[in-house]
Structure formats: structure tokens, C-alpha cells
Design a protein around this ligand. Structure first.
Ligand code: SGN
Ligand code: CA
Length: 535
């Protein structure tokens, strides 16, 4: 069935694949892509916030810069309005792999199963003559499809000496020695070195980092130890004016972050969080070698000592501030290694003369809260988790450009197909980013004006109510609903220009009633035209 496209997009193939005629700049060793079609290196982290990439200029990242991701931004375009359609790992990955919304591919939640009959983008890319590789976190319940070669982590993946499965291991996960980010980088470089040079390639590099519980590499355990990171202005949000979802979540740093599992306070005996009680923290350290674990424990015991000695005299707020610093430091230590990895990949591509024939994408499977509203984790349609970092460099683009065009993870599939000069299937609502890239990030005529979002996984950890919504460049309507009928449905409405931190819900403000009515109608029209049935 051909569905109406609510965003006024052409659903037929926009065969505008970028032709790479040859060297465009720089390197003396520039190598043209085989067949004149660009290679693609797609780097995706797990839970990397835009707040912790210095190219985005947030106060946190100024104290912990990411020079290599910034180096990519200097060569490419930084997207400031890049969003996901469902802010959770598995659904985001299913969207990337299929080019379809969650309700279309069936992967609405973390652990349900997607529709196995759906075609994967890499399968289409193979048909178009690309060699395809998938390295790192896969995190879907189905087997990888459409890859010439793959090496994937088991489930959420492990930081230390993780298990990987590849064609070579006969379907078994086999433990490998090293730190996840380093191993993934090495495997990606191995693929590049061993690739068939007569075909263009599509390489997915999917890091486990910086997913919870934020285990840094040993070399970086003391990085930033003396730095005091600023807390966000909304840290002490009390959720007044918002509906019950914002208050009832279980992702607050002060209440739900586990002292041992998340914050590494080994030996802490205060009242535990469920993660501490479940001994999950032991499992997190289990894959280290005895030497690594000894070094790890020695390091944290040393850093924990002042807190352990003073905690009885500390106020609740002092403890919360301590927690915040520990959380942010470990997260940023993990990120620092990701930044090293980006540097190694860029070094290789530059040295091999591949920059002139390769698109490089850096992004995350969703955004993440660095204490905004008092939270860690993601899921909500509020900006920090709805948004995701996105930097793209491609041959010939004007480096250092910034874009405020609204793009979504639904667009990656169509972009890759466009580059491969392969027709975009009619049920993909995303849009090739090539017209935006060719304009160095400026808005092409007829580009979408609004984005649809839908989060389903209410029953899972962190207790975020189901919701869907519509956002344009200025306003956002969020509809919270509960399929179990425990809570009445309700809406929130934000003016992002007046209230960028989304602290003032305007749903009941009579001054906005006409605008809200228009948004509600538009949301309903969107659901119907893309075939959403639950809301
Ligand atoms: C795990 C984490 C959650 C996290 C989900 C989803 N808990 O369940 O904190 O929200 O993954 O993350 S943990 O105790 O196992 O660390 S996602 O990135 O895969 O969507
Ligand atoms: Ca994630």
C-alpha cells in the first residue's frame, strides 16, 4: 500500500547520488571511489550526548574537549537539529537498518522482535554493488543481514575483553582481549585495509561507549579528576506545570543512580538502589582480567576515600553534587577514548587519500541527559534525548558549516541509497540528506517543517510513560498515553524559542489554545498518513 506522505516529500527515488569524479582537495594520494560513488563510514556511539562534543560548544565539553570529532566538524557540517524517531537503542538501530519508523518495522521497544521480512538497507546497498561491513554494537534480536563482513558485540556489549561474533566464529560469541572501543576501532581499520578496492564500501562502526555503566579505559581513570564540571541550570527541576510522566520517571541522578553499580563506590553500605542489590555491578567488572580489576579497584578506592570518610557529615545536596561529578567524569573519560578512535579512523582515511571519495558520519543512537531535569538516560521527547549529535563530512562540502535543518535518523537509509543510486522504496518516509549537504547545510526548498516522534517502552526500566508528538522549529506538542489504562492521557506543549529548556508546559494556557488545536490536528493527520495505530 502506498501511504500518503505527511511531510510533502517525494517518495520516489531522488537519484541525485553524488558523483565523485576524482581528487577534490588536499591529499596527494587521493583515491577516487570505484564507479564514481562515494564510500560511507558511519560512526555511531551509544548514548553520546551533543552536550559532550566540543564542536557543539556546551559548557561541559569546553572542559573536556573532543579534538578529533571537532576535526571532523571542521571538515564537514554540524547538524543542530538532528533527531531520532524513538529514543532507545534497539528501535533506533532498527530504524537505521530499515529506513522505517518503529511502527513499520515492528521494533517499537528494547526487547520485542522486529518484522523479519523487512529488507535491510545494507542488503539494498549490496545489490547496488557496495561492500558492507558492520562492526560493534548490533543490539537487535535478529541476525545481521546484508553484510559482506561483520563482527558484533553480544547484546548491550561489554567494555572490557568483550565477546564478539562474526562469520568466522560460526555463530558463537568469542571473548577477545582488549577494551571495546579499541577493538572496534582495530576491526574497522582491518576492514578498510583488507577491503576490495574495486568496489565502494559502506562501513558501520558502532561503539558500545558511552553506555551505562560508563566504564573508562584504565589509562583514563584519573582524567578530569581535578576538574569541577558545571551542573545544568535545570538540574533541580521540580516538574511543576508538567504532567505525571516527568515526575514519575526513574532516571534521577539523586534517587535512581546506583551508588555501587553506576558510581563505583565499592564498599558503600548505605541504602541500596536496585542495581546495587542485584549485584549487576559485579557482572560489570567480571570480564576484566584479575590485573585489570585490581588496578580498577585500587584506583576507585583511592578516589572514593574522601567521600567514604566524609559522607556521614555530608548534606543530601552535597552527596548529590558528588554523584554528579562522578557520573560526568566517568562518562567523559569513556568519550575521550571514542574521540581517540575517531582520530585513528580519520588518520587512516587521510593517509590513504580516501577523504576525497568518502562520506563520514558521526552520530549517536539517541541523545542523553547530562543532569538536565536532574536526569541521566533518555526516552523522552524533550530536547536532550530527542536530539542526537550529527556531523557529516563529504567530498567537496564547506568545512565548518552549521545546519539548523530538521533531520531525523529515518534519513540515513534514503541518503545511503541516494549515494548508491538505488531507488528509495515507497514506504520509507525519510529523505536523502544529499540536497542539504550540497547546500552546505542550508534548507532546500520543500524540506520538511516538522518531525514525528513515538516512544513505546513504558514497561521497561526508568518508567517513562508512552508518548508521541510533533515538533517544528519553534513548538512541540507531546501526547502522553498509557495503554494499560492506569493513567489518563494528556498533552504538553512547549514554545522552544521562549522556553528552550522546556520547563513551562503551555497545554492549558489560553493564549496558545488555537495553536495547540492546530498542532493536535496536524499530529492526528500525521499518525493517519504514516499508519500509526496506537496513541
Ligand atoms: C540498560 C540500562 C538502562 C538503559 C537501557 C537501554 N540498564 O537496560 O539504564 O536505559 O539499557 O539503553 S543497565 O542496568 O543494564 O545498565 S539503550 O541504549 O540500549 O537503549
Ligand atoms: Ca543508546
Amino acid at each position: 500500500m502506498k501511504l500518503n506522505n505527511p511531510f510533502g516529500l517525494s517518495l520516489l527515488c531522488a537519484t541525485s547520488g553524488m558523483t565523485v569524479a576524482g581528487p577534490l582537495s588536499g591529499s596527494s594520494r587521493a583515491v577516487a571511489a570505484p564507479g564514481g560513488r562515494m564510500n560511507i563510514v558511519y560512526i555511531m556511539c551509544d548514548d553520546h550526548s551533543f552536550q559532550t562534543i566540543s564542536a557543539y560548544g556546551h559548557p561541559l565539553s569546553r572542559l573536556a574537549p573532543t579534538p578529533n570529532i571537532d576535526r571532523l566538524a571542521r571538515r564537514g557540517i554540524r547538524f543542530d537539529r538532528a533527531y531520532v524517531e524513538n529514543s532507545l537503542s534497539t528501535p533506533s538501530r532498527a530504524c537505521l537498518m530499515t529506513g522505517l519508523y518503529s511502527h513499520q518495522n515492528g521494533q517499537t521497544m528494547l526487547t520485542n522482535r522486529m518484522d523479519t521480512t523487512v529488507t535491510f538497507i545494507p542488503q539494498l546497498m549490496q545489490q547496488a554493488g557496495y561492500q558492507t561491513a558492520m562492526i560493534g554494537k548490533w543490539h537487535m534480536l535478529c541476525e545481521p543481514r546484508g553484510f559482506d563482513t561483520y563482527s558484533i558485540l553480544s547484546g548491550q556489549g561489554e567494555y572490557y575483553n568483550p565477546r564478539f561474533k562474526s562469520e568466522a566464529t560460526g555463530g558463537r560469541y568469542v571473548r577477545e582481549e582488549g577494551y571495546a572501543t579499541d577493538l572496534i576501532t582495530r576491526k574497522a581499520l582491518d576492514f578498510l585495509r583488507q577491503r576490495d578496492r574495486n568496489r565502494p564500501f559502506l562501513l558501520y562502526v558502532h561503539h558500545k561507549a558511552p553506555h551505562r555503566p560508563w566504564l573508562p579505559p584504565l589509562e583514563y581513570l584519573d582524567l578530569y579528576e581535578d576538574v569541577e564540571f558545571p551542573m545544568p541550570a535545570t538540574f533541580y527541576d521540580d516538574y511543576t506545570s508538567r504532567g505525571p510522566a516527568a515526575a514519575e520517571q526513574r532516571m534521577r541522578i539523586d534517587e535512581h543512580m546506583a551508588m555501587i553499580y553506576d558510581l563505583k563506590l565499592y564498599g558503600y553500605e548505605g541504602s541500596g538502589h536496585e542495581c546495587d542489590v542485584s549485584q549487576l555491578w559485579r557482572a560489570a567488572l567480571q570480564t576484566m582480567t584479575p590485573e585489570e580489576r585490581a588496578q580498577w579497584l585500587e584506583n576507585y578506592e583511592r578516589k572514593n576515600a574522601p567521600f567514604m570518610q566524609q559522607q556521614e557529615n555530608m548534606t543530601h545536596d552535597e552527596v548529590v553534587r558528588w554523584k554528579y561529578q562522578r557520573y560526568i567524569k566517568d562518562y567523559l573519560r569513556v568519550i575521550r577514548r571514542v574521540d581517540d578512535s575517531v582520530g585513528q579512523l580519520l588518520d587512516y582515511l587521510e593517509a590513504e587519500g580516501l577523504m576525497d571519495s568518502t562520506m563520514i558520519v558521526y552520530t549517536s543512537d539517541q541523545g542523553f541527559y547530562m543532569g538536565e531535569h536532574g536526569w541521566f538516560d533518555k526516552r523522552f521527547m524533550y530536547e536532550e534525548s530527542f536530539r542526537t549529535p550529527l556531523i557529516i563530512s563529504y567530498p567537496g562540502c564547506r568545512g565548518g558549516s552549521e545546519s539548523d535543518v530538521m533531520v531525523q535518523n529515518l534519513d540515513f537509509g534514503p541518503t545511503f541509497l541516494d549515494i548508491a543510486r538505488k531507488e528509495q522504496p515507497a514506504d520509507m518516509y525519510g529523505r536523502s540528506l544529499m540536497p542539504v549537504l550540497r547546500k552546505n547545510g542550508r534548507r532546500p526548498r520543500g524540506w520538511r517543517k516538522q518531525l514525528y516522534y513515538h516512544f513505546y517502552d513504558h514497561t521497561a526500566e526508568h518508567n517513562v510513560m508512552r508518548h508521541d508528538g510533533l515538533s517544528d522549529r519553534r513548538y512541540k506538542l507531546i501526547h502522553f498515553y498509557d495503554e494499560r489504562g492506569e493513567r489518563p492521557a494528556y498533552d504538553e506543549f512547549y514554545d522552544l524559542k521562549q522556553d528552550p529548556h522546556e520547563l513551562h508546559n503551555l497545554a492549558d494556557d489560553p493564549r496558545y489554545s488555537r495553536k495547540i488545536a492546530r498542532f493536535r490536528k496536524e499530529l492526528q493527520r500525521t499518525r493517519e498518513s504514516i499508519g500509526v495505530r496506537e496513541y
